[in-house]
Design a binder for this molecule. Sequence first.
Ligand code: PMP
Length: 337
Amino acid sequence: MTATAVRNSLDLIGNTPLVLLKGPSEAAGCEIWGKCEFANPGASVKDRAALWIVRDAEARGELKPGGTVVEGTAGNTGIGIALVANALGYKTVIVMPDNQSKEKMDTLRALGAQLVLVPPTKFSDPAHFVHTSRRLAEETEGAVWANQFDNVANRKAHIESTAPEIWEQMGGRIDGFTCAAGTGGTIAGVGLGLKEFDENIRIALTDPHGAALYNYYANGELLAEGSSVAEGIGQGRITANLEGAPIDTQFRISDEQGLEWVSRLLSEEGLCLGLSSGINVAGAVALGQQLVAEGRKDVRVATILCDTGFRYLSSLYNADWLASKGLPVFPWLRAAE
Ligand code: PMP
């Protein structure tokens, strides 16, 4: 692999490596590839959305020198925005629910963002973090609201960068792509982008429990069942980013299934990831198995390794926390007790 040299720190966003995942490939009976989004400067897939949203606000003339970017976010988008804003001389204000991981909050503060914590509540409540962030942006002089859920600059990042990178890295030989949706920017953007290269690439939504999209794509009804502790994914409505997303099929994956892959990817392949990555990999295995069962040969599926597990040391990688959620504790954490 050729290592790159860049003149501008923002050019470190994107162009992430793609890795063949051994365990998942064996389980699926085909090749499962993971796009290493944890390799972005902010250690998540959301750096791309942050960069595209900020550049779009500049291009529209809304964000001027010395201005402020305000966003409501479960964390990763805020981290991406804070880094991009620092690099371009803007201030960052982040509104997030107070039930998110401590690491994300500490990280945002460490990066210089002003953090506003609000209690978690339903989307229809005006006190929801998304609405709070919009109001703050309206009330703050020189501020723009990033609006990651309904600002399609988010999915454009994946149409213009993630999808062509995957296509090129796989040498144009890809049968399926899947990932979960938070804003839906990744699944919609990569889906639309890949279909531009080959409309036969099967795009599958991998939905966690507690989200409404699985039922929407399966039966046309937004209906949530169960719950999930996964951060950053699980959507209850069709955001502007999800409108027109080319979803061909869908899988519903439990936290236990996702955790099994988080555990195996770390212990067998040395990849320390968050739960949304584990859920994505479980979905990719299901999609691979589906394509293989149809008699296709040399099947290749790609998914997203969304963020680093180092962001979840006090939750996903903590025996007490896992036990308190009734989730299986990783064997090596049990041994340390
Ligand atoms: N995984 C994690 C950890 C995230 O923070 C996000 C962003 N909300 C996603 C997955 C989903 O990405 P998207 O918003 O593009 O649907």
